[in-house]
Design a protein around this ligand. Structure first.
Ligand code: ADP
Ligand code: MG
Length: 294
């Protein structure tokens, strides 16, 4: 049965915007020694703006955008949502005359679909073909626009026909939250599927101790498992489908309130207003509660 001290701590936390799915999680929280945080949608707002688009001169840009939008519409990824909105704006309509089949989301990489007789891929460089993306960038993109930003490529069969450059912004609460966690002696690590340069830029901006770039969902799991060998209690914060397996492997899992359903279902606690500084508040509540019940 649940103690009155635990109940009162849970309701106290709820008033502060932190939802706990059980007393045991609140008890565990005060023991955390390391915390892994996802980047996109967790440390950042997850609403990346399309800052540049480069297209092969030979293609009909409007038609291509209308198809890309129709494909990305089927993904819940923050990048996909921004690209869909951009395409709808530029093309006016999403692929009414093309049949899109065999659509598949590849978590942490991109999306794949068949349009007519062609295979389309939209996603990161090592998903579409790294060498091809280097050649495309040299021909079309200027370096300045791509530095420290997320590049998403469009490939039709064996050919890269375009790329989107997206820039996300860090959450207002991120820097302060990381500072507070570090002040509590907690090791902070960012885990992201994004590229090395973007990862480094965000890590420096928020002041996090370590970062790991180019993580697939399974890599995030492996990192969480290895941290658990090194630290007594490990927390993980995430928002996406791609974070759910890692969340499930942490001692305490935390989801962003505006995260996807699967992250919210998996997590032990939820930051209802997406405010990362609430994590240290919750740790204080946890410490106080543990003093009372012990
Ligand atoms: P994070 O760990 O930072 O939340 P993800 O693991 O979800 O990032 O995604 C990693 C990378 O895969 C993204 O930066 C993006 O380049 C690419 N990606 C994933 N899904 C899509 C998609 N639907 N469309 C385009 N690119 C995608
Ligand atoms: Mg994310």
């Amino acid at each position: 049965s649940i103690s009155p001290a635990t109940l009162s701590a849970i309701s106290n936390a709820a008033r502060k915007g932190i939802l706990f799915k059980g007393g045991v999680h609140l008890e565990n929280l005060s023991n955390i020694q390391a915390i892994a945080l996802d980047k996109t949608g967790t440390l950042t707002k997850g609403k990346p703006a399309v800052t540049n688009v480069y297209m092969d001169e030979a293609v009909n840009e409007k038609e291509i955008l209308s198809i890309i939008g129709a494909i990305e519409k089927e993904s819940t990824h923050p990048i996909a949502k921004s690209i869909t909105a951009y395409c709808l704006d530029k093309a006016g309509v999403l692929a009414p005359t093309f049949e899109i089949k065999h659509l598949k989301n590849i978590s942490g990489k991109g999306i794949i679909a068949t349009v007519g007789n062609n295979e389309w891929r939209i996603g990161k460089a090592d998903f579409v073909g790294k060498e091809l993306t280097v050649a495309f960038q040299q021909q079309y993109a200027d370096k300045q626009s791509t530095a420290e930003k997320t590049s998403t490529f469009i490939q039709i069969n064996e050919r890269i026909i375009g790329m989107f450059i997206l820039k996300d912004t860090t959450r207002e609460s991120a820097k302060e939250a990381i500072h507070n966690l570090k002040s509590n002696g907690i090791e902070t690590i960012m885990l992201t599927g994004d590229n090395e340069l973007t990862a480094k830029a965000v890590a420096e901006e928020v002041g996090i101790n370590q970062y790991k770039a180019n993580c697939l969902p399974q890599d995030k799991v492996e990192y969480v498992k290895s941290f658990r060998k090194q630290y007594k209690t490990v927390a993980m914060v995430g928002d996406g489908i791609n974070d759910a397996p890692a969340l499930a492997n942490a001692n305490v899992s935390i989801a962003m309130g505006e995260g996807t359903d699967i992250a919210l279902d998996t997590a032990d606690m939820v930051l209802m207003k997406n405010d990362l500084t609430k994590i240290t508040n919750a740790i204080q509540v946890s410490k106080r509660m543990n003093r009372v019940i012990k």
